[in-house]
Write a protein that binds this ligand. Structure first.
Ligand code: 6AU
Length: 251
């Protein structure tokens, strides 16, 4: 389905990952801009995307964000991935993209739930278009948290209704369970990406309902890239950990 607007294609994203030689997306779940800027400088050469939760940053300031995080990420060739998990109607998702955090101005990839309808993708892309930018949407098809309501039937409907949309680069899958990932790959085919959170070499680190699987198993089951937070940012040696996750997921 042609969207009638320019978007970041799956090929663009996959080749950027290939150029960087890593399938690790860093979940930089910190409270301050300095911490995010610091971890990016430290482990940037081992990651392909920097995933943020911008609404969790206590000292958010757009100029500092652009100068200290977005600018350096762009220089390194690291894509900015805002995990906003948009879920509202298309128009409201558009205004959230253009809100005070100006997500449309700097994010290359954002997450969205399919629950409200497929027009959420169009709303998000309208925001990018208004900023003269291109991006792409990763839709949540599965989740890693225990007790989530994204069951098999929901996952199937999500994939069937979104895999033909150009503005969607792929799906979030449950990295903690490799059979979930292979089933998802079966539904998705090869034309879209599968990005998997719920990845940690030490599954005992899981807290508050999070579940973890092994990075190598996730890639073997069909994941394009693993999303790793605690396994890197809470490690005593984040650089060594980032290298290790990159090696574990190497082609
Ligand atoms: O490695 P962790 O557990 O420290 O962090 C996991 C990161 C967090 C979550 O917001 C995110 O992955 N996440 C996601 C997404 C879309 O990335 C979906 C999901 O089902 N589970 C999950 O943990 O930043």
């Amino acid at each position: 389905m042609s969207p009638g607007y320019a978007c970041l294609s799956v090929d663009d994203i996959r080749s950027s990952m290939e150029e960087r030689g890593t399938r690790v997306i860093l979940a930089a779940d910190f409270f301050t801009i300095s911490e995010i800027s610091h971890i990016l400088n430290e482990v940037g050469s081992h990651i392909c995307m920097l995933k943020t939760h911008v609404d969790g940053i206590h000292d958010f300031d757009l100029d500092r964000w652009m100068n200290e995080v977005v600018g350096p990420a762009r220089e390194m060739g690291v894509l900015m991935f805002e995990d906003r998990k948009f879920a509202d109607i298309g128009y409201v998702s558009k205004i959230q993209m253009l809100g005070h955090q100006r997500i449309a101005e700097w994010a290359d990839v954002v997450t969205a739930h399919r629950i409200s309808g497929p027009d959420i993708v169009e709303g998000i892309h309208e925001a990018w278009r208004e900023c003269g930018r291109k991006g792409s949407v990763a839709i949540l098809a599965q989740m890693s948290s225990s007790g989530n309501l994204l069951d098999e039937e929901y996952c199937k409907k999500v994939v069937e209704s979104c895999r033909g949309i150009d503005g969607v680069c792929g799906f979030i899958g449950n990295g903690s369970n490799s059979s979930n990932i292979s089933e998802l790959r079966g539904l998705v085919g090869s034309a879209k990406m599968i990005l998997t959170p719920g990845i940690n070499l030490n599954s005992a680190e899981a807290r508050m309902g999070q579940r973890y699987g092994h990075p190598r198993e996730a890639i073997a089951a069909g994941s394009d890239a693993v999303i790793v937070g605690s396994g890197i940012i809470r490690n005593a040696d984040p650089l060594g950990a980032a290298k290790k996750y990159a090696e574990e997921t190497a082609a």
